[in-house]
Design a protein around this ligand. Structure first.
Ligand SMILES: NC(=O)c1ccc[n+]([C@@H]2O[C@H](COP(=O)([O-])OP(=O)(O)OC[C@H]3O[C@@H](n4cnc5c(N)ncnc54)[C@H](O)[C@@H]3O)[C@@H](O)[C@H]2O)c1
Length: 271
């Protein structure tokens, strides 16, 4: 029988709790959930209560010591620090708060030197497979167009800075156009999608982002366009928000679970 990979989850919120449940269901043949961690004790207690096997809560450092694979589903403020600790302890990790890695790409080189794996799921975005293949040749441009209802942009630093009256928007309007690096600063809530795209392709300075809104929109839609030697690809994802946290799309949760499955399975389909 195959030895199961021991995993620990840091961040027991919307994504973390679904991964925990999957470890006892879809992923149970390959993974053993060995440790939980959250800054809010009530969250680890709640997730432990969903599980058949008794699973204890640990500090970040202790969890990293206990497991083979660390799953970060907590916050962009700690994701880079977790990768750093995993490098030191030679543990593989899966990172959901990808925005926290932008500007710290050197960590990914350090991980390669240390011989650990860093898994970054596609998240709520489709088209990453094609972009990875296209990167073998020359890429001319990568553009992300994100369409969100005005409510989904409320509170973004860029909206405040430019004094944009979201309530006054009556028709489809381009709110922002710039690099992924600028988008991440102006719209931190879109950070993960832009970060995954930037890391998979031509980096945050060259990746272009457009943010469009309209009172008619009801879903968060991401459109990726890539042009290069291979030709042109466009991929459109209409995301349904997860019931527990409307900021997190259901596909982001599924993508983490599918990435874990990919780690364990012997057949890999897709780039
Ligand atoms: N890659 C993607 O496509 C994608 C998509 C959605 C969300 N995310 C990111 O994944 C992360 C988790 O998302 P979620 O929807 O589960 O969020 P959530 O708010 O539902 O859960 C986050 C959990 O992490 C805990 N936490 C926060 N800071 C912590 C810390 N310093 N130490 C320990 N625990 C901490 C919180 O208490 C909470 O229980 C977020 O950073 C989010 O931005 C990524």
């Amino acid at each position: 029988m195959m030895t199961k990979i021991k995993v620990g989850i840091i961040g027991c919120g919307t994504i973390g709790s679904e991964i925990a449940k999957a470890c006892e269901a879809r992923l149970s043949g390959f993974f053993e959930l060995a440790a939980l961690c959250d800054k809010d004790e009530a969250k680890t207690t709640a997730v432990a209560g969903l599980l058949k096997k008794k699973t204890a809560a640990f500090s970040v450092d202790e969890l990293i010591r206990q497991v083979d694979l660390v799953i970060e589903a907590a916050s962009a403020s700690i994701s880079a620090g977790i990768v750093e600790k995993c490098i030191k302890r030679k543990k593989d990790c899966l990172v959901m708060s990808v925005g926290g890695l932008l500007g710290k790409e050197s960590l990914l080189h350090q991980a390669a030197t240390a011989g650990i794996k860093v898994y970054i799921p596609s998240g709520a975005l489709c088209g990453i497979d094609g972009l990875k293949s296209a990167s073998v040749g020359k890429i001319d441009s990568v553009t992300l167009t994100t369409r969100k209802p005005p409510k989904g942009l409320e509170g973004a630093p860029y909206i405040k800075e430019k004094n944009i009256d979201l309530g006054g928007i009556k028709a489809e309007t381009v709110i922002f156009e710039g690099s992924a690096e600028e988008a991440v600063r102006g719209f931190p809530a879109n950070v993960n999608v832009s970060a995954v795209l930037s890391l998979a392709g031509i980096g945050a300075k060259k990746t272009r982002v457009r943010i469009v809104t309209s009172p008619e929109y009801t879903k968060n839609v991401h459109e990726v366009e890539v042009a290069g030697d291979f030709g042109v690809l466009s991929a459109r994802t209409e995301n349904v928000p997860s019931a527990a946290n409307p900021k997190t799309s259901a596909l982001a949760i599924f993508s983490a679970i599918a990435t874990l499955e990919g780690i364990a399975k012997s057949v890999r389909i897709g780039t």
